[in-house]
Structures are given as C-alpha cells and as structure tokens.
Design a binder for this molecule. Structure first.
Ligand SMILES: Cc1cc2nc3c(=O)[nH]c(=O)nc-3n(C[C@H](O)[C@H](O)[C@H](O)COP(=O)(O)OP(=O)(O)OC[C@H]3O[C@@H](n4cnc5c(N)ncnc54)[C@H](O)[C@@H]3O)c2cc1C
Length: 622
C-alpha cells in the first residue's frame, strides 16, 4: 500500500479522517474520481489478520489488543443505578478490569464497555457482520426534516446500488445449520413462536425454506413492514469477512490517487480565520502506534512530533460518533460554554455537537443445555493448532457450505417483529438466535460467550428507539483521552409522551416471544434436541415489573450515532446541513454515524455506507 511519509508530502485536495463505514467509501470514491486524497487512520492495517477475516472470530476480534479500543460509557449518571448491571466494570490497574459487584479496594469505577475498533476499516473490521438495510422512513424522515428531496428513499436506493458495486454480502449457508439438529430445533421453534413454523414432521426442510427469506428484499414493496422469520445476511463472501477495507485496498491497487496514512492520529482541525467565515484548511496530527489511550497497547506508545497536512478542497471528518465529536470540540466547534470551560478558542458555537446521542436497546434470553451444540465441535476460537474449525475453514476456501461453523457469525436467523408499541408500521424489533452465551459487552465478553458450547441465546434488538438524550463531552483537552459518554437510558433520558416506557414495553414483548420460542422448542422434540434451563433472565424474573427492571438494569447497545446531526436550517442544534457541511464554517464536512438526526433502520453499517456514497456524490457532483 502506498503510504505518505514526510510532512512535506502532505498536500492534498481532500483529506478524510477515519477509514470506517463513513470515511472509507468516501475517500475511495474521491480518489477514483481523480482527486488527490489522503485517508488518515489512527489504527493500523490488520485486514489480513484471521481475527478480522474469519466470521466465526467476531467475538475474538473485539478482544484483539492490536485492534480494540476500550471505551467505557455510562448508561445512567447515577452510579448506584448503573452498578445494578452485572457488566459494570472497574479498573484495577492499567487495562486490568474487575467486572460486576464487590470490586477490590481502590478499584476505579469505569462504567459499561463499549467496544470500538481503531484499525483500517474502523468498526466494520470487527463488527458482527450483520447486514440489514435501512427502512424507507429513515431516509424520508431526513428529506422531510431538511426539505432536501435528494434524501427521499427512492433516490437513496442508488447509493445502495453503489455500495453493492464493492460489497458482497450473503447469508449463512443453511447446510451448515441443518446438520445441527439441536440448533435447527431452536430455529424452527422461533419460527413457530411467530406463527410461521413448519410442521414438526417437516421441520428440517421447512427450516431450509424459511432460511431463504431475505430481510433486505428489494422486490417486496412492503419489506419494511413485513414480519417473519428471516435469514441474516452477512458482510461475507464464501465465508470470509468483506467490508470497506476491500474497497480501500482495491482503490489503492487500482492506481487511483489515494494515500493511506495508518498509525496517524489527528489532534486538531486547522482553520484559516482571515475571511468572514472560518475555513478548514487541514489537520494537525501525530504519528505513532496505539496513541489513543483507549487502546490497551497505548501503555507503551510514544507520540511523534506534531505534523500537519493541508486540503486544498475539503476536509471530511469520519472518526465515528464519539471521536468526531471530540475532534470537532478540540478544534473549537461545539457548545460555547463547554469549550470555554476548557479554554478552547471558539471557532463556531454549535450547541448540538455531542448531543442527541442515540443507540438501540438490546436484551437476551439465554438457556443452557446439558450437552454441546454439534456445530461447534472442535471450535476453540483461538487460532491455535487445536482449533479444528479453523482448519476446516482454511482447508475449504471456495465452498461456503464446506467451511463449517467459522463461515458464519453464529447468528444465522432472526425473527422480525412489529411490536405492540412500535412508532409506525415498520418492523421495530428483531430477535436473533445462536449457540452462544451473549449477555452484552464487558471485558473478555467474547471468551465468556463461547466458554462452553452448551448455551443458546435469543437476543432482541429494539430499533427506532426513542431516546435521544445521550451526550459526548470532553474529559480534558488531551486529544488522546477518550471523552465522557452518557447515554441517559430510559426514564433518565427522553420521556416525552411516555417514550421510555414504550421502548421498555417493546423489549418485554421481545422477551415473551423469546420465551415462547423456548416453549415451542419442545413441540419439535421429534428432532431429538435435549432439554435446557433458562439462565437469563431466569425463572424468577417473570412479572411485568421484574422484566422491566431486568431490561433497565442490563440492556446495552452497539450502534452509537447521531452526535453531529443533520437538521433543518432553523434548528439551532443542527450541526450539519443536508449536504453534510458543518454549519458556520467552510470546507468541512462530517460523514459517519454521527450525521443522522434519528438512529436509522435496524443495523446501522448499511445506512452509514449509503450515506458515505451519498456524500461522495454530493461532493463530486454538487
Ligand atoms: C462489537 C460491535 C459489533 C457491531 N456489529 C454490527 C453489525 O453486525 N452490523 C451493523 O450494521 N453494525 C454493527 N456495528 C456497528 C458498526 O460497525 C459501526 O456503527 C460503524 O462501523 C460506525 O462507522 P463510523 O464510520 O461512524 O465509525 P468507525 O467504523 O468507528 O470508524 C471510525 C474510524 O476513525 C478512526 N479514528 C477515530 N479518531 C481518529 C483520529 N482522531 N485520527 C485518525 N483516525 C481516527 C478510528 O480508528 C476508526 O477506524 C457493530 C459495532 C460494534 C462495536
């Protein structure tokens, strides 16, 4: 890969900061249009690492010290309340953690782990690969809010086509699943719980048929509202992870003028203030591995000397929902009071920067069987010579069905539901099933999730959540210090019109459906799967009130977004206009998960990729 090295090299037409879902496609498109473009990435290129390429390692990759950033967030400002979550984490030494109650003397409270990736491809290089495209209402909402018709869903379709030019996707091969009868029994029961299960005698072929249902169907005009049982499309091709990393690399290999500068951390945006309106002209950065203090390898890192790079046309910030906010604020773009309190010179008072933080709410029902799921036989998830599933994956590179368990993320099927408290006609809850013990994120969550092969989770995700009361604020003026992140969950966040309660009720309904799937499992005992015991929430948590408490204590999210939102011209909290331009300054845009006024769809990477393609179109074609 071509790498820009000396500071004197660094004059570009466009600079894009961050190579994730937002920055990667855009930088590639700008270069493919012939523009000299610099893509700056804090992390390094780990795209050949098996942790990244093997879908079955999707938990292991989030623990990889070369890739991971440990960000800790607060679900509740009240720490006593926050600590009701058994995932609440304490620091006992540098990157040494205690999880749960009774921390050792002197341990420092941190909050809830929010995994992030500092690496080429950003979080798309470590995410769970799930590919579910946005709802039409997501785009039409932005069109309505801004009066910019180019956001309407029909027009946005072209950007999905653009993404598919470089991103292969596909579901888990059904033959991998139907060989595991216990797993198949869970899946048919899930289908039965929502009224579409095959008859028991026809369970296995019936399941194979159900797994043909595509949740992203572009043929069904009622796709957004259609409940049912669906396959889960993944960002994979013949069982290897795909993502923007591939598009970036093929752009460089194709000889387009794209320079990638990895191990480079941008600390500040440079403005020319000589005119009436401040104009972004470039960035200050430092070279060095693992500079950000969220990286466990930062303990040994040393920053290089500060350098600069200039952009003659535009600078685009795509550092993700947390880091884009941090960079804007450190550069003088944000709420005046907060900037003043840190003695940061105000370039533009934009009160909305770092507000409006949104996410899903997710919650599991987990059971344990007395025996292992056969699909996981030989899987040790550790790349060691005894990892027979890796051998199978490596020995069968071309045929998806023969690559075995590692050719999937383990979450092969989902129930899609329109909950009783959904805001509109769209599906608003999905419930994924897989042979895993998933209870959310905490240090070493991946090891916990696959510590044995006996667990099964139905885990629910509430889409179109109503809470928009989260914040991202500076902790200090040190650019390597992660910011303060408060989600203000449920009744401590957006409560107008009973918003918090409506979201909780959707999740109670999801738990009840998950439990029905577990009851219906026994209707299919002709398949011969063994019995199980519910562990989470557990048989003592049954009343409505107890279920609500379980959800409020333990829910989590992993689609942080909306912190530098696009909005109407007359909205003082709108950070961006409908063309991604930062209001009140010139030559500066934001393109990543931050840009949404409302959290889109069910899974967010598709929406961000589409937005990135749209931004390229706007920048190149006006
Ligand atoms: C564990 C996990 C699983 C997920 N699974 C799914 C899934 O299955 N499906 C789905 O749709 N979504 C999933 N997501 C969410 C999705 O991957 C992210 O929302 C998406 O990648 C965000 O894109 P982004 O461009 O906003 O930010 P990112 O992808 O985070 O990219 C930002 C990049 O900017 C770099 N950067 C940050 N600050 C600086 C700086 N100052 N200087 C230089 N570089 C910088 C970072 O290193 C990073 O590479 C998951 C997220 C997590 C954490």
């Amino acid at each position: 890969m071509k790498v820009a090295t000396a500071a004197t090299d660094l004059e570009y037409e466009y600079i894009v900061v961050g190579s994730g879902a937002g920055g990667g496609p855009l930088a590639s498109r700008l270069a493919r249009a012939g523009h000299k473009t610099l893509l700056i990435e804090a992390g390094q290129d780990e795209t050949k690492d098996l942790n990244v390429t093997v879908p079955g390692y999707m938990a292991a990759v989030t623990q990889d010290p070369k890739i991971r950033w440990d960000i800790f967030v607060n679900h509740y400002a009240d720490q006593n309340r926050a600590q009701r979550d058994p995932k609440y984490t304490w620091e006992t030494g540098p990157f040494q953690y205690h999880v749960g109650p009774n921390p050792p003397e002197g341990a420092k409270p941190l909050g809830i782990l929010y995994p992030r990736a500092g690496t080429l491809g950003g979080c798309t290089s470590h995410n769970a690969l799930i590919w579910i495209t946005p709802h039409a209402s997501d785009w039409n909402g932005i069109a309505q809010l801004t009066g910019d018709d180019s956001w309407n869903a029909t027009n946005m379709n072209q950007y999905l086509d653009k993404v598919y030019e470089w991103l292969p996707t596909g579901p888990t091969d059904p033959t991998i699943l139907v060989n595991d009868i216990m797993l198949a029994q869970h899946y048919v029961a899930g289908a039965a719980a929502i009224g579409v299960g095959p008859r028991p005698v026809n369970a296995v072929p019936g399941l194979a048929n159900l797994l043909l249902n595509d949740p992203n169907s572009r043929i069904n005009p009622e796709r957004d509202e259609t409940p049912g049982f669906f396959q889960v499309p993944l960002t994979q091709q013949t069982g290897s992870r795909t993502g923007v990393k591939d598009f970036i690399q093929s752009t460089v290999q194709g000889g387009y003028p794209l320079d990638i500068r990895t191990n480079t951390f941008v600390t500040k945006i440079i403005f020319d203030e000589s005119g009436d309106t401040p104009r972004a002209t470039g960035v200050e950065f430092q070279d060095g591995e693992y500079l950000y203090r969220a990286s466990p390898l930062s303990v040994n890192s040393t920053a290089g000397t500060p350098k600069t790079a200039s952009a003659s046309k535009e600078l685009i910030i795509s550092a993700g929902a947390y880091n884009t906010v941090q960079l804007l604020k450190l550069s003088g773009i944000g709420p005046k009071e907060e900037l003043n309190s840190f003695n940061i010179k105000v370039i533009k008072d934009l009160p909305g920067v770092g507000t409006n933080l949104q996410d899903r709410y997710e919650i599991p029902v987990n059971v344990v069987h007395p025996n292992d799921f056969p699909i996981l036989n030989g899987c040790t998830f550790d790349q060691k010579p005894h990892d027979e599933c890796l051998k199978k994956w490596e020995d069968n590179p071309y045929v998806l069905g023969q690559r075995g368990a590692y050719a999937t993320n383990g979450l092969a099927a989902t129930l899609a539901i329109h909950s009783a408290t959904a805001e509109n006609e769209d599906i608003d809850v999905v419930i994924f099933g897989g042979p895993v013990n998933f209870i959310g994120y905490f240090p070493q969550w991946g090891d916990f999730a696959i510590a044995d092969h006996k667990h099964f989770s139905w885990y629910a995700l509430k889409a179109h959540t109503r809470n928009h009361a989260g914040t991202v604020q500076l902790k200090s003026t040190d650019p390597f210090d992660p910011p303060l992140i408060n989600f203000n969950y449920f009744d401590t966040g957006t409560t107008a019109g009973g918003a918090d309660q409506l979201d909780v009720e959707s999740l109670v309904q999801a738990i009840n459906i998950s439990r029905k799937a577990l009851t219906d499992y026994y209707d299919y005992d002709v398949l011969g799967g063994t019995t199980f015991i519910e562990q989470e929430p557990g048989d003592k948590v049954t009343s409505e009130a107890d279920l609500e408490q379980y959800i409020k204590d333990r829910a989590w999210g992993h689609h942080a977004s909306c912190t530098a939102p696009i909005g109407a011209d007359n909205d003082p909290n709108a950070v961006l206009d409908s063309q991604f331009r930062v209001r009140g300054v010139q030559n500066l845009r934001v393109v990543d998960a931050s840009v949404f006024p409302r959290i889109p769809g069910i899974f967010i990477q598709s929406a961000i990729y589409m937005v990135s393609e749209k931004a390229a179109d706007v920048i190149l074609n006006g």
